[in-house]
Design a protein around this ligand. Structure first.
Ligand code: PEP
Ligand code: MG
Length: 571
């Protein structure tokens, strides 16, 4: 955990994990406290129970309807979250439990609270992405109970002037409704860099810090400087530093808006800047940005709600939509990364105490490789009339034998095989594994999780899963060197690639492509375009010599000539 240090007389610096880069200064606002509604639990008369259950169903449907309506006015990740929450509001699981307690005499608000509590406990036990949805569940509870009791719908009241929103955590439905002109920065004391809040903030372009220690003490109205590039919130900042930092950020934002690719350093060393997508719609949206292709198509996200395996033709139609968005460019399709926090109901998942270390990604093929074979058939079918073979890569590769077997299956279908490097074992033996395939892409989200033995979704361990951890960057360096030795491209497609400062370091380490959510790409490309390759290389070496993420960031800023006068915080 970071230790907060008073930085200058009168100012306090709090540290957190940068989720969406940017620097802004503004006064603090906080979400309106959610009214805790007393849910009286006296028994209701038998004759009132059926109408009470109906009242609950109507309230849940009303909440779902409002969320769906907001989804139609949003797009991308915000729309997806709002639609998913709308579906959760009328989910038969919790509603069934609540109706069961109403049938025994519990009033609807108390029945709602108890049912949601039961599901929240179950999601927390499951961990990972399921645990993240607990915030959504509580948000639905508050909305339904407010509807039942006639209280105002909970949420964030937008301020009348540009402000920085500080919160313990935010419901994704609240984040999705933020106006970036009024909420110019966001910081939470919980949440990780891959939380829904961070994903939506990235899409809205709101600079965002998560896992900030000491945030709860900052009073409403206090002026703060939120630096989501270095990971600091300065309370009562020096007014000059305040203005300079914000002006620097505005200049950087203008540079990013003007950047149109292709990705290259200031001296013309090419680095492909690519988009991460999960379906045809996001691929078409990426096409409207400077993304030169797709660096990661997360195919499992297309089928999370499926009970049974989609047919080869159905899969092919889904993949073709993404290929069609980039007919002549590089498209890297990842085979199903089922398991752990992304279980697919039609993939083999044994009951496991520790699913992140269990049967996920390529390991599902150990139990049944028919699923992988059929997916590769579908990709080949989707690509049948393309001039260039799509690249396919397997997630969670940890041995040379897995790489070899995957490559044989891909080549048999005229696909270009690659592997993801997400497990330290794969990075350590990168040269051996790469001998079997044509490329690799480093998934820094999982590589950090497995290197640091820290759940990537844990809000308490966000410092450990920070991709700036030098141990993680040493494994990136090792993999890039292996790629260089064998003349094979090595990309990065984890959240690390969305950080403009880290993008320069990755380039200096020898990474040949960077793939991230499309809205993050312009700041990355624009920053890289200002730095010569040799400077990136020197900066990368100085980062590798550090011992913690804060030092690593500071070393990078100094070596890249982006130094702010601020000292590094203590880890
Ligand atoms: C990663 O692990 O960095 C990655 C890109 O894969 P995912 O986030 O889908 O696990
Ligand atoms: Mg991964």
């Amino acid at each position: 955990m970071s230790v907060s240090l008073p930085e200058r007389a009168g100012s306090i610096v709090l540290t957190g994990i940068p989720a969406v880069a940017g620097v802004v200064a503004a006064p603090v606002v906080r979400p309106v406290e959610r009214v805790r509604i007393e849910t009286a639990s006296e028994n209701i008369a038998k004759s009132d129970r059926a109408p009470e259950a109906e009242r609950l169903r109507v309230a849940a449907a009303t909440v779902a309807q409002r969320l769906r309506h907001r989804a139609t006015r949003a797009d991308g990740a915000a729309a997806e979250v709002l639609s998913a929450n709308a579906a959760m509001a009328v989910d038969r699981g919790w509603l069934g439990v609540a109706e069961g307690s109403i049938a025994t005499g519990t009033p609807a608000p108390a029945a709602t609270t108890a049912a949601i509590e039961q599901f929240a406990a179950m999601f927390t036990r499951l961990g990972g992405r399921m645990a993240e949805r607990v915030t959504d569940l509580y948000d639905i509870r508050d909305r339904v109970v407010a509807e039942l009791t006639g209280a105002p719908e909970p949420g964030i009241t937008l301020p009348d002037r540009p402000s920085i929103l500080l919160a313990t955590d935010l419901a994704p439905a609240d984040t999705a409704g933020l106006d970036p002109n009024l909420i110019v920065g966001l910081a939470t004391s919980l949440g990780g860099p891959t939380s829904h809040t961070a994903i939506i903030a990235r899409q809205l372009g709101i600079p965002c810090l998560v896992a900030v220690t000491g945030l709860d003490e900052v009073p409403v109205g206090a002026q703060v400087l939120l630096d989501a590039t270095t990971g600091r919130v300065t309370v009562h900042p020096d007014p000059d530093a305040d203005a300079t930092a914000a002006a620097d950020h505005r200049a950087a934002a203008a540079r990013a808006a003007a950047w149109s690719g292709p990705g290259a350093t200031a001296d013309g060393h090419r680095v492909d800047i690519l988009a991460n997508v999960q379906d045809g719609a996001s691929a078409r949206a990426a096409r409207r940005t400077p993304a030169a292709g797709i660096g990661l198509f997360r195919t499992e996200l297309c089928f999370l709600d499926r009970e049974s395996e989609p047919s080869i033709e159905e899969q092919a139609a889904t993949y073709r939509e993404v290929l069609d968005a980039y007919p002549d460019a590089k498209v890297v399709i990842r085979t199903l990364d089922a398991g752990s926090d992304k279980p697919l109901r039609f993939a083999p998942h044994p009951d496991e105490a520790n699913p992140a270390l269990g049967v996920r990604g390529i390991r599902t093929a150990l139990l049944d490789d028919g699923l992988l074979d059929r997916q590769l058939d579908a990709i080949a079918l989707a690509a049948a009339d393309r001039d260039t073979a799509p690249w396919v890569m397997a997630p969670m590769i940890s041995t040379a034998a897995e790489a070899e077997s995957f490559a044989a299956k891909a080549r048999a279908r005229a696909l270009t095989p690659g592997i993801m490097i997400e497990v330290p074992a794969a990075a350590l033996l990168a040269e051996t594994l790469l001998a079997h395939v044509d490329f690799a892409s480093i998934g820094t989200n999982d590589l950090a999780q497995y290197t640091m033995a820290a759940d990537r979704m844990s809000p308490h361990l966000a410092t450990l899963t920070d991709p700036w951890q030098p141990a993680v960057l040493h494994l990136v360096a090792r993999t890039a060197a292996a790629g260089h030795a064998l003349a094979k491209p090595i990309g990065v497609c984890g959240e690390a690639a969305a950080d403009p400062l880290l993008a320069c370091i990755l380039t200096g380490l020898g990474i040949t492509s960077l793939s991230a959510a499309a809205p993050a790409l312009s700041p990355v490309g624009a920053t890289l375009a200002t730095i010569p390759l040799e400077t990136c290389r020197r900066a990368a070496q100085s980062v590798l010599a550090t011992s913690n993420p804060a030092e690593a960031r500071a070393a990078a800023r100094t070596a890249l000539g982006m130094d702010s006068s601020q000292p590094a915080e203590i880890e």
